[in-house]
Write a protein that binds this ligand. Structure first.
Ligand code: X8Z
Ligand code: ZN
Length: 654
């Protein structure tokens, strides 16, 4: 996720000076904002230049307060983040008001675009009423804090023990015991109960803010950022889903069969996948079920997690051996921490090397000093991975992760660096255009690189052994990708189906959890095995809900990344099946990618897309082309079975 400032800026000093020097005789307002007389003289182009400059000036204090709240989570940092956000949103409200006087006036196309983007610059539209704005940012920070500090405790007195998300996820990742997984899953879903009331109020307030900006509700504002009407965007997501739904259904059918074999009599719920058995808290990525789902377990070694763990253990053992004579318990803890940090940094270096192999620049030195690579021992942090552009000229960029030596985190680093390289590439754009062509583009950059992390690439960096060619190896490699990319698709869609419904009023608070599980059933074919009544608030157990990050971007990204990948493979001169291509090390592909990134949000995304891929539409045919061998294999495997599920029979939907 990017920080809440979606309008990342770089300070265009020339523009800022020009804006000031044209109004030398009129004093600015007390907070540096222009006086009425200054405003009256300002042209639209001057106005946008001033907004760019003001934004650039505000940006460091906003991002710093958010960074501290995310990496040192407590009530004090929450307060500072909330106040920083409030100040920023109040200013944004002013800019939007000031921009109204240019409606219908002559101006350059770039200025017209920048003015339109102003209103779309936040997922948290500010109510005009200052008290309500303060209430909104306070709620937002509080919910984020609850998620960051969430833990599930059991037992009393000496026997009391608490587990945070990372530990509960470890259970789902590594432990295939039915009851242990259920306890971990249910445990995490207790942390969001207290968010329910806050979320009800939060939804009211962002809706008020959206109406103040001229939208019907916050969901409509979220759908408005795609260079097409909100209704068109909504129809686009339906169309793309209908393209990939048959592929998902085959994967679902295959996974269900294997689960039913592993857990006789309880491997499915009315034809749906039990929520706690998918190796992931939200069932959005099934990679951790490799031991159950590998098509040909002995055919090819693809155990990236095993290799990373071995690397880490080896470096830890070496450190322990070196220091063993001197170690007490504290010393040992320090050594473990140093080994974790060193390994997380090494994983990140590896990811950086992919980008530099394409001809992109090395990450700045400050990145290595200021990023958070591992979970600190002495305080709570928001562990959900994110990438940050701290200042307008992108000289300070960071990532924040609680990295562990496993495949999921390894690929997440590549994902996060995709955001960081976008920040670096568009740093020269006029500030209001420093953003993704749309938010799905931002999410797709690192993931495009992930697709190029083929078994061949993993072998080249020593994480897997030699791959024997052949059909079994191909199907294994495809399954590895599908468990993360195909399994994700319906999840990518359902979260905002829920929020759009909350914002437009079709989902009411007395219905929050039921609507959530109805959508999980309908799109993912996933169901809980125990009742999830309205005493729970299960949406809040997924980061992006308390974090208020729109989610349709990830669905779009999971389509776009295959289009980008195909285009870069073509640029690299790849011949042969799409799924065999890795453009690692290819400068022609890198140049093409960088050219796209440098455009930022300066033109409609359709144009940016055309320059890279030749087409102007989002389209899932590259997904289907990529997975064609797997789809054929799945259809064979599922022959004679009744695939699909009846969403209406989900326990939560009764
Ligand atoms: O939130 C993220 C990234 C940060 S933008 C780690 N992702 C989504 C998620 O974890 O739910 C990446 C894939 C989907
Ligand atoms: Zn991301």
């Amino acid at each position: 996720m990017k920080p809440r400032t979606r309008l990342a800026l770089s300070l265009a000093a020339g523009l800022a000076l020009a804006a000031c020097s044209r109004t030398p005789s009129t004093a600015p307002g007390p907070d540096g904002t222009p006086s009425q007389a200054q405003l009256e003289k300002e042209t639209a182009d001057e106005f946008i230049a001033r907004v760019n400059a003001e934004f650039a000036q505000l940006m460091p204090e906003l991002t710093a307060s958010q960074w501290v709240a995310a990496t040192y989570s407590n009530e004090d940092s929450e307060l500072l983040a909330s106040k920083g956000n409030e100040r920023f949103l109040a200013r944004m409200q002013q800019w939007v008001e000031q921009s109204r006087r240019f409606e219908g006036k002559e101006m350059s196309p770039a200025t017209e675009r920048a003015i339109a983007l102003l209103k779309l610059g936040t997922a948290m539209p500010p109510p005009r009423d200052p008290a309500r704005l303060a209430e909104l940012t306070e709620l937002a920070s509080r919910m984020e804090g609850m998620y960051a500090r969430g833990e599930h405790c059991t037992g009393e007195g000496e026997a009391r023990s608490c587990r945070q998300l990372g530990q509960l996820e470890d259970v789902l990742r590594n432990n295939r015991d039915y009851d242990a997984q259920l306890a971990a899953w249910e445990g995490w879903h207790t942390i969001s109960k207290p968010m329910r009331e806050d979320y009800v109020r939060f939804a009211e307030l962002v809706n008020e803010g959206a109406r103040d900006l001229g939208f019907a509700d916050a969901g409509e504002l979220w759908r408005a950022g795609y260079d097409m009407s909100p209704a068109e965007l909504s129809a686009e997501t339906d169309r793309l889903w209908s393209q990939v739904e048959p592929l998902y259904e085959q994967l679902h059918c295959y996974a269900r069969t294997r689960l039913e074999a592993e857990y006789p009599g309880r491997g499915s719920v009315n034809g749906m996948l039990p929520a706690h058995l998918m190796g992931n808290m939200w069932q959005q990525d099934w990679s951790n079920l490799w031991s159950l789902l590998a098509p040909y377990p002995r055919a090819t070694p693809l155990d990236v997690t095993g290799a990373l763990e071995r690397q880490y253990q080896a470096s830890l053992n070496e450190r322990l051996m070196r220091e063993s004579a001197l170690l007490d318990t504290d010393g040992r803890v320090e050594i473990v921490r140093a080994a974790q940090l060193e390994h997380a940094r090494a994983m990140t270096r590896q990811a950086e090397e992919f980008y530099t192999s394409l001809g992109m620049p090395a990450l700045p030195g400050s990145y290595w000093e200021k990023s958070q690579f591992v979970k600190p021992r002495d305080r709570d942090v928001q562990c959900h991975a994110s990438a940050w552009q701290m200042n307008a000229d992108a000289t300070d960029v960071r990532t924040k992760m609680c990295t562990k030596p496993n495949e999921e985190d390894f690929t997440t680093i590549y994902h996060e660096l995709g955001h960081v390289y976008y920040y670096l590439a568009y740093a020269d754009q006029p500030p209001l255009f420093q953003n993704g062509a749309h938010d799905g583009f931002h999410e797709a950059i690192g993931d495009t690189i992930e697709l190029a992390m083929t078994p061949g690439y993993l072998q080249s960096i020593g994480l897997v052994e030699g791959q024997a060619p052949g059909h079994e190896a191909l199907i294994n490699a495809q399954m590895r990708m599908a468990l993360s990319k195909v399994a994700f698709l319906p999840f990518g869609l359902m979260i905002d189906r829920w929020r759009w419904g909350v914002f437009d009023g079709s989902i009411t608070p007395d219905n929050y959890n039921k609507a959530w599980w109805d959508l999980k059933a309908r799109y993912q074919g996933v169901a809980p095995v125990t009742p999830r009544g309205e005493e729970f608030f299960d949406p809040g157990a997924k980061y992006h809900v308390p974090g208020n990050t729109p989610y349709t971007r990830y669905f779009l990204s999971h389509v776009l990344q295959f289009q980008f990948y195909k285009a870069l493979c073509e640029a690299a001169g790849h011949q042969g099946p799409l799924n065999e291509c890795s453009f690692a090390g290819n400068k022609a592909a890198g140049e093409k990618f960088w050219a796209m990134l440098s455009k930022g949000n300066s033109q409609p995304w359709q144009q940016t897309m055309k320059e890279l891929t030749g087409g102007e539409q989002m389209d899932a045919s590259a997904v289907l082309e990529y997975f064609a061998p797997l789809q054929e294999w799945l259809v064979e495997q599922n022959e004679g079975r009744t695939c699909g599920w009846q969403a209406a029979t989900a326990p939560a939907a009764q």
